[in-house]
Design a protein around this ligand. Structure first.
Ligand SMILES: Cc1cc2nc3c(=O)[nH]c(=O)nc-3n(C[C@H](O)[C@H](O)[C@H](O)COP(=O)(O)O)c2cc1C
Length: 373
């Protein structure tokens, strides 16, 4: 568990940016930020994650609370522009899921503009453009983080999308393509001048993949460079790391990805702290219940018949995959239990392992706030 002392020890030296529409709360840190006409409160955002942040996962996180904004996984702009069922379904939103952004990727300004229009028509509050994805599949077509090497194209894409929609437009990028080209602040300025309403920066470069040593200086430089809100991203997992991101960069909001898989309560914990409260420790004893709730959400979602689904789509198989993905992070400290769940071939097998583990935890569960490991 994060203690007050640990939080204070991480404090950097930067003042909050005090963007005109960023509200500073009792901890001297933002409690909300404004993106275009939208107030995002708390300023904590669920990161887009391919194969993770679909409707069931977003429903799970929303049901726990503490996020100001959720985001879909990335969706190919070309697929949305063509109106392909598969991608339109991936962009499906819940009626009460607001504010929410839909993320698109691609490199053709006219196609991205068409996709942005589709996103607006689908009811998204924000169109988010992906310029940070390191995947070979996306970069091979010069989308995602490969765009960071083409500032003129970045400008053209943002300008085309801006002209196509009225809803706010945001751009998510890494700090640069590699360590010799950490140009996020320059690109953020280009995006701002072409009409973007906020920028998210993951501190890693594309070359870092998911490794590298924490270096948030490009986020701080972007905060100094642009007047629109900047959202800091990368390795925020608890109060201390969220506070460090705010304090070390002066950013207006924080985006959390893998931390939400490892601790689905992280948004609630951090938002309570930001608003001056003393958060309860994460209820680790509820982990089995969270996994079961997520499985039920997945089964209900993936069992719905949908146009555009591949022929071999099997709801139980897909749901088991999602269940294992959450278990991989959420049960990271459980050793053989985690391994057995990851090896399970059926949902029943995985649930039996989970229940046996839960039964062994029962005495510890009485001790509210028992931390993992
Ligand atoms: C499984 C996975 C899928 C991801 N998919 C996307 C994506 O679709 N779009 C995107 O912009 N970033 C994607 N990312 C990157 C995250 O949004 C985020 O920038 C990165 O994980 C760093 O944040 P974190 O340390 O809080 O996880 C993905 C990351 C992971 C782990």
């Amino acid at each position: 568990m994060v203690t007050r002392t640990a939080v204070e020890a991480t404090s950097g030296t930067r003042e909050p940016t005090m963007h005109p529409h960023t509200t500073i709360g009792p901890r001297g840190l933002p409690t909300s930020l404004v993106i275009g006409p939208l107030r995002i409160a708390p300023p904590l955002i669920l990161a887009p994650m391919e194969g993770v942040t679909d409707l069931p996962f977003r429903r799970l996180i929303r049901s726990i609370g503490g996020t100001g904004l959720t985001c879909t996984e990335f969706i190919p702009g070309a697929g949305l522009a063509r109106g392909d069922d598969r991608w339109v379904k991936m962009a499906e939103l819940d009626p009460d899921e607001h504010p929410v952004s839909i993320q698109i990727y691609g490199r053709e300004p006219a196609v991205m503009a068409e996709a942005a229009r589709a996103v607006q028509d689908l009811g998204a509050d924000i169109v988010d453009i992906n310029m940070g994805c390191p995947s070979r599949k996306v970069c091979a077509h010069s989308g995602g983080s490969a765009l960071m090497r083409e500032p003129a194209r970045v400008a053209a894409i943002v300008a085309a999308c801006r002209a196509a929609v009225d809803v706010p437009l945001t751009v998510k990028m890494r700090s640069g393509f590699d360590h010799d080209h950490r140009n996020a602040p320059e690109l953020a300025a280009i995006c701002e001048s072409e009409g973007a309403d906020a920028i998210t920066i993951h501190w890693r470069t594309r070359a870092d993949g998911y490794g590298g040593r924490r270096a948030v200086d490009r986020i701080a430089a972007a905060v100094d460079r642009v007047d629109i809100p900047v959202i800091g991203n990368g390795d925020v997992v608890d109060i201390a790391s969220a506070v460090a991101m705010f304090r070390d960069t002066g950013c207006d909001g924080v985006m959390i990805g893998r931390g939400a898989l490892a601790d689905p309560w992280v948004f609630r914990t951090v938002s309570t702290w930001l608003s001056g409260g003393e958060p309860q420790p994460a209820p680790w004893h509820e982990r089995a219940a969270i996994l079961r709730r997520y499985l039920a959400l997945c089964m209900a979602h993936f069992a719905e018949p949908r146009a555009g689904r591949r022929k071999r789509h099997d709801p139980a198989r897909v749901s088991l995959g999602r269940f294992k993905q959450l278990a991989r992070y959420l049960l990271a400290d459980t050793g053989e239990t985690r391994q057995s769940i990851l090896r399970s071939r059926t949902i029943d097998e995985a649930l039996a392992v989970l229940s046996a583990w839960e039964a062994r935890q029962a005495p510890a569960a009485a001790e509210i706030g028992a931390s993992p490991g």
